[in-house]
Write a protein that binds this ligand. Structure first.
Ligand code: BGC
Length: 414
């Protein structure tokens, strides 16, 4: 009764003050569900809560984000988009073209993002000149991880060429160790494939094949050699690889069941979450060959009604690119900060190697977007390539047939 009288008497004032004190809200769709990933996203949840934000978590399990993207499409089609979504690469612009993304330029400009983000990263965050996504990190994809004890016990050094890798794998296999920990999911096959392709085709060949979709390169002898190497890789994997999650493959390297994994540096987040020490328990090196394949995680805000939600979006965007968040998040995630002004003093040797190689690659033109992680191509094209990679990996298809199928699939996806 009391509250009824109060609101009847001062109805307008009450509504106004309620709106002013409503906490910022965010429903956040992401696919960070492994140990290291969950620890990382918790950093954002905590910072958001510390500023009074109310976070509704929408995790969609599934490495690489395919399941998350399916869930997103269903939500948008039903007219009920989440507030903030882990989204990256050309998919950001594809959603923008559907007219469903919010403009976060006001935050970006107030926070001076243009001054602290490399132009190559900022480019991915822009839609027709406006800021439409906020970058979290730079993951490197072309990494090889190894169990230090297993390599030592078998007298093996980190391979620097694919021939050395093959020789090491054969030696390990003869000693009864699984050479390559792998999870048979299409995106994991694509991750290994693009690392092999970068090594064999070189940075220019990679660009021609997976950025320009150049037919001559897609059907070249070099591409045949890439599929030949993939056939070898298939032989280095254990029989139970089908459907295995990537973090379980990382665990096989951790516990010495397998020697190597080829995976982006979110794998390092798993090693770190398990208390493993780089250089002692596990080793990191770039996969054989030149170049650097980058994969920038970012969040886009979807058009939603309600001041509390829009405030939530602005707060999230500000926190994501904030200096402290970029440090703490990336220490957990295995990646390096997207901002150029975050000190790497507290980061490990793998992160330092990543930063050094990224700068060198940026200077010599070999810094390349990962096709397997949605940074290089639109969904239809990258999906067409991955279908062929997976079909080849899981059958006895010849390299010559795979190359032909690749060129046809790409042509049909345009
Ligand atoms: C994302 C990472 C994530 C990984 C495995 C990649 O595509 O960029 O943030 O950890 O998939 O889920």
């Amino acid at each position: 009764m009391k509250s009824y009288i109060l609101s009847a008497v001062s109805g307008i004032a009450l509504v106004a003050s309620t709106a002013a004190i409503a906490n910022p809200q965010a429903e956040v769709l992401h696919w960070w569900t492994s140990g290291g990933e969950a620890k990382s996203v918790a950093v954002l949840q905590e910072e958001f809560a510390a500023k009074g934000g109310e976070w509704t978590d929408m995790p969609v399990a599934g490495g690489g984000g395919d399941a998350a993207m399916t869930a997103l499409r269903a939500r948008v089609l039903s007219g009920n988009a989440p507030t903030a979504v882990q989204l990256k690469g050309p998919a950001i612009q594809e959603w923008y073209e559907e007219g469903v993304l919010a403009d976060i330029s006001a935050v970006a400009e107030a926070q001076g993002w243009a001054d602290v983000l490399p132009a190559s990263i900022a480019g991915h965050m822009k839609c027709e000149g406006t800021w439409c996504a906020a970058p979290v990190n730079v993951h490197r994809v072309d990494w090889i991880w190894a169990n230090a004890d297993v390599l030592e016990a078998n007298g093996i050094e980190m391979p620097t060429t694919w021939d050395e890798f093959n020789a090491a794998a054969e030696k390990l296999q003869a000693a009864g160790v699984i050479p390559l920990a792998h999870g048979g999911q299409a995106w994991q096959d694509a991750t290994v494939f693009e690392a092999v392709a970068l090594g064999i085709l070189g940075p220019d060949g990679f660009h021609k094949a997976f950025v320009e979709l150049d037919t001559d390169t897609l059907t070249s002898d070099g591409m045949v050699a890439v599929f030949d190497q993939m056939r070898k890789m298939r032989g280095y994997v254990d029989d139970n690889f089908s459907g295995r999650d990537w973090n379980l493959a990382t665990a096989m390297v951790m516990n010495g069941e397998a020697a190597f994994q080829i995976m982006g540096d979110w794998a390092k987040g798993e090693f770190m979450a398990a208390g493993k020490v780089p250089g002692e328990d596990f080793l990191c090196a770039s996969t054989p060959g030149d170049g650097f394949l980058y994969n920038v995680d970012s969040f886009a805000m979807f058009d939603v009604d309600g001041d509390d939600k829009q405030e939530g979006q602005a707060l999230l965007a500000e926190l994501i690119v904030g200096q402290n968040f970029q440090k703490v998040f990336n220490l957990n995630k295995g990646s390096i900060p997207a901002r150029t002004d975050v000190s790497l003093d507290e980061f490990d040797s793998c992160a330092h190697l990543s930063a050094k190689d990224m700068n060198e690659s940026s200077a010599n033109g070999s810094l390349l977007p990962s096709y397997a992680h949605g940074m290089a191509l639109r969904g239809a094209q990258s999906g067409a390539i991955t279908d062929v990679v997976t079909a080849h990996f899981n059958s006895d298809m010849s390299s010559a047939d795979a190359v032909k199928m690749l060129a046809d699939a790409v042509a049909n996806s345009m």
